[in-house]
Design a protein around this ligand. Structure first.
Ligand SMILES: [Zn+2]
Length: 89
C-alpha cells in the first residue's frame, strides 16, 4: 500500500480537528481509542518522513541513503528500492 505522506498528514490533521470539536461539545464517541489511533498514525507518518529524508537523490540522481562505493560515490539510482517500497502502490 502506498503512502502519500502529505495527503495523510493533512487528512490526520482534519480528523484531529473534527475529533477535538466533538470532544469540545462533550460528546462521547466511545473510549479514547480514536485519539490513540491518530497519535499512532502521526508517529508512523513521521517515521516514513524520516526514512524519506535519508533517501534523497544526489546531484547525479543517485540515492544518498543507500551507501557509497569504495570511492565515496553513491551507487544506487534514485528512487531506490526503499523509496519505491514506500511510495509504490
Ligand atoms: Zn535509498
Amino acid at each position: 500500500m502506498s503512502l502519500d505522506v502529505e495527503h495523510t498528514k493533512a487528512r490526520l490533521s482534519e480528523i484531529r480537528k473534527q475529533m477535538d470539536l466533538v470532544r469540545s461539545f462533550g460528546i462521547s464517541i466511545g473510549p479514547s481509542t480514536p485519539w490513540e489511533l491518530i497519535t499512532i498514525a502521526v508517529g508512523l507518518v513521521a517515521a516514513v518522513e524520516r526514512v524519506q529524508a535519508l533517501h534523497t537523490p544526489d546531484e547525479f540522481g543517485m540515492c544518498e541513503g543507500c551507501g557509497d562505493n569504495e570511492h565515496g560515490y553513491a551507487i544506487v539510482p534514485h528512487p531506490c528500492p526503499t523509496i519505491r517500497e514506500l511510495e509504490t502502490p
